[in-house]
Ligand binder design. Structure first.
Ligand SMILES: [Cu+2]
Length: 236
C-alpha cells in the first residue's frame, strides 16, 4: 500500500473544522502531558547518551537512525541529534496521538516552529540535544512533523519499559483482522488489568504489530487500556 496516499488521506481527514477553534500553545506545556511522556531532564542526572541521526536516503526516504529506541523508566537520556541530511528536520518526542495532532497542524501552518523542550529543529548539518527524564512507562514516538517527512519515514517507536521489567502475558493468536487493526488472543491472566484468562479482541498500538503475529502462534504480550480500549502495547 502506498503510505504517501494514506498519509495525504489522513491529513485531509484531519484538516476539517476539528482544529479550527483549537489553541496550539495550550496543548504543549500542560502538566498532564508532562506526566505522560516524562519531563525535561537535568544534565547532572543523565544516565545515558543516545545519538540520533536524521537524513534522507538515495531512494527518497527520510529516516532516523536508530529507528526505534528502548528506554527504562527512570532513565534521564541525553539525545544528541545530528541532521546529516540536506533538508531541515526535527526531532519531536511525544505520544503517537499528540504527534498526529501536531502533524496535522503543521500541514495547515507549515511556517510553524516549535519551541518546546521535547522538540528540536535542525538545519542541514546542524546538531542539537534534548535531555529528557522518562518518569513513566509507555509507548512514545519520535518524529519529524515537517509536512511530508513523517510519511517519508521520519518516525520511530520509543518504548519506555516499567521499572523491574514489564510483565508479559502468554497468549495464542486466534485471529488477525488487518482491516480493523484488531487481533483476537486466547490469553492467560492479565494481572495489570485484573482480568482472568479468556479469549479477547485487542487493538494494537502500532499497525505493524499485526505483521509480527500469526494465527495459531504463541506470543508474549503486554496489554493496557489506551483511550479506554484494550490494546496490545508490546509483543515479543
Ligand atoms: Cu524531517
Amino acid at each position: 500500500m502506498n503510505t504517501k496516499i494514506l498519509y495525504a488521506a489522513f491529513l485531509i481527514a484531519l484538516s476539517g473544522p476539528v482544529f479550527a477553534g483549537g489553541s496550539h500553545t495550550g496543548g504543549h506545556s500542560n502538566m498532564m502531558k508532562e506526566m505522560m511522556i516524562g519531563m525535561p531532564g537535568d544534565a547532572s542526572m543523565v544516565t545515558r547518551t543516545i545519538e540520533v541521526t536524521m537524513k534522507e536516503t538515495d531512494d527518497g526516504d527520510m529516516i532516523f537512525e536508530p529507528s526505534n529506541l528502548n528506554i527504562n523508566q527512570g532513565e534521564t537520556i541525553r539525545f544528541t541529534i545530528k541532521n546529516a541530511g540536506e533538508l531541515e528536520h526535527e526531532f519531536v518526542l511525544d505520544t503517537i496521538k499528540e504527534n498526529a495532532t501536531h502533524k496535522a497542524l503543521m500541514a495547515k501552518f507549515p511556517e510553524m516552529e516549535h519551541d518546546d523542550p521535547n522538540a528540536v529543529r535542525l538545519a542541514a548539518g546542524e546538531e542539537g540535544e534534548i535531555i529528557w527524564s522518562f518518569t513513566n512507562a509507555g509507548s512514545l514516538e519520535f518524529a519529524c512533523l515537517i509536512p511530508g517527512h513523517y510519511g517519508a519515514g521520519m518516525h520511530g517507536d520509543l518504548i519506555v519499559e516499567a521499572v523491574g521489567g514489564v510483565e508479559y502475558t502468554k497468549g495464542t493468536v486466534k485471529k488477525i483482522n488487518t482491516k480493523s487493526g484488531k487481533v483476537t488472543i486466547i490469553h492467560e491472566e492479565l494481572a495489570n488489568l485484573g482480568m482472568p484468562a479468556m479469549t479477547m479482541v485487542f487493538r494494537v498500538a502500532k499497525a505493524d504489530m499485526l505483521e509480527k503475529m500469526k494465527a495459531g502462534e504463541e506470543i508474549q504480550f503486554v496489554a493496557d487500556r489506551v483511550k479506554g480500549k484494550l490494546t496490545v502495547i508490546q509483543i515479543r
